[in-house]
Design a protein around this ligand. Structure first.
Ligand code: ZN
Length: 430
């Protein structure tokens, strides 16, 4: 008899993960950031990291501020002080939503803006592609800004983007930071994490808002909602995606005219109000024990069984496979009639915002699938927030102008105050 010795590979250091899903992958330890013209980017550095700041189009001044232990310290980058951080101060004084998000990040990193000093680059005019390199002596936080105001119509010089490339001395240390959650849209009623591979049930009242956030990106969250009034009468009525697809005449609803989810009696239970991923699934079941069994993984944890456990405290019949609205699940039906799936389009912090149209019992999952690309091969957490019925949120869809742009939400037009007195119904036409 031969004895076979198997060696289980030991995990050394933190698990590897994709730092910026959705962008072309770089070699390990190489990170790329885009600094929007007129904006700033913040990132952590560690001893030995190499930083290259590139003026992509030319003639765009840049300002670099570094912090150690929360205090300004440009010596961290071995550089001499050439400015007082005026560009960054100006950016922080502007009133845009992205500035508010940026300020929240400063707070989270506990950075003091007193005695601000900066290294000012490309001040005498630079050519397109010109760059400056620096290296970090120790751990700290660096902010790179591309200062510049809004261009007047008769001018020719808008602020343009910079690119920052970081080569990590130790890629493992740099990969431990999980992305920041987006700021709450208002004071949340429920503010709860759904750990990866689990599901959780919660109750909302008519008019309240439900936000489902993909924390690290590329994670599916299956969702189901039951009419509480019907459950009290012993009748089980929940989102029926076949009814919903038939009524909205789309693969799944989107904010605007065709935004509601219906039950089998064609009663609307939920309206989708905001969506900054816009790629979901309403064809497949929430993943089932059978799916994993068929693919050779008997006993694999799955969203349907997790739904059954999470809904155990309600008079709801367990099902081997739950029909659900599968947020962030990237599927389609191709020309050969094949139902396919691929890595989700969702980036860290992408979310859907829904409004409850009656009192509901809801259930959300953080999908455990690690056997295919449904969750980018790596299940992660989902975060759920709910908000009071009195809050007001506009219908809106998220777009990225370029693959590496920050998501921007569509806005109401200048005509909205007038046209909204004539109708409640708007369609997205972009
Ligand atoms: Zn699942």
């Amino acid at each position: 008899m031969t004895e076979i010795e198997t060696e289980i590979p030991k995990q050394t250091g933190p698990r590897e993960r994709v730092l910026r899903p959705g962008l072309p992958s770089q070699k390990s330890g190489l990170e790329r950031y885009r600094v929007a013209g007129g904006g700033s980017v913040l990132f952590r550095v560690f001893g030995g990291d190499q930083i290259r700041i590139i003026d992509i189009e030319g003639k765009q001044p840049s300002e670099v501020v570094a912090f150690s232990n929360g205090r300004c310290n440009v010596a961290l980058l071995g550089a001499t002080i050439t400015g007082q951080g005026d560009g960054l101060k100006k950016i922080l004084n502007s009133k845009s939503p992205s500035t508010e998000r940026f300020k929240a990040r400063l707070e989270r990193h506990q950075l003091s803006l007193e005695n601000l000093h900066s290294v000012d680059l490309f001040v005498d005019g630079s050519r397109a592609g010109e760059y400056t390199s620096m290296s970090a002596d120790a751990e700290g936080v660096v902010i790179v800004s591309a200062p510049g105001g809004a261009m007047r119509p008769e001018e020719q010089m808008p602020p343009t983007d910079l690119e920052v490339i970081i080569e990590r001395a130790n890629p493992n240390i740099a990969a431990i930071e999980t992305p920041d959650l987006p700021e709450p849209l208002a004071d949340p009623l429920i503010d709860s994490r759904i750990p990866k591979r689990t599901a959780w049930s919660y109750e909302v009242k008519a008019g309240e808002w439900i936000q489902v956030i993909d924390v690290e990106g590329r994670e599916c969250s299956d969702f189901q909602a039951f009419s509480a009034a019907q459950l009290d009468k012993g009748i089980e009525r929940c989102l029926d995606v076949t009814t919903t697809r038939s009524l909205v005449a789309m693969g799944y609803p989107q904010p605007g005219l065709m935004a509601k989810y219906y039950d089998q009696d064609m009663r609307p239970l939920i309206e989708l109000v905001q969506d900054n991923c816009c790629r979901h699934d309403a064809f497949g079941l929430a993943c089932t024990a059978k799916y994993y069994e068929d693919l050779g993984y008997p006993g694999h944890v799955n969203c349907s069984d997790n739904f059954n456990s999470a809904l155990g405290r309600y008079p709801i019949q367990a099902r081997p496979g739950w029909m659900a609205m599968n947020f962030f699940y990237n599927t389609g039906i191709d020309d050969q009639n094949q139902f396919y799936l691929d890595e989700p389009w969702s980036r860290p912090g992408d979310y859907v915002l829904m409004r409850a149209l009656e009192d509901l019992v809801c259930v959300s999952s953080a999908c455990p699938c690690d056997i295919d690309s449904a969750n980018g091969w790596n299940p992660t957490d989902i975060h759920v927030r709910t908000y009071r019925a009195a809050e007001k949120f506009k219908r809106s869809i998220g777009f990225r102008k370029r693959m590496d742009s920050e998501v921007e939400m569509t806005k109401e037009t200048g005509f909205h105050p007038h046209t909204s007195t004539l109708t409640r119904n708007y369609a997205e036409y972009n």
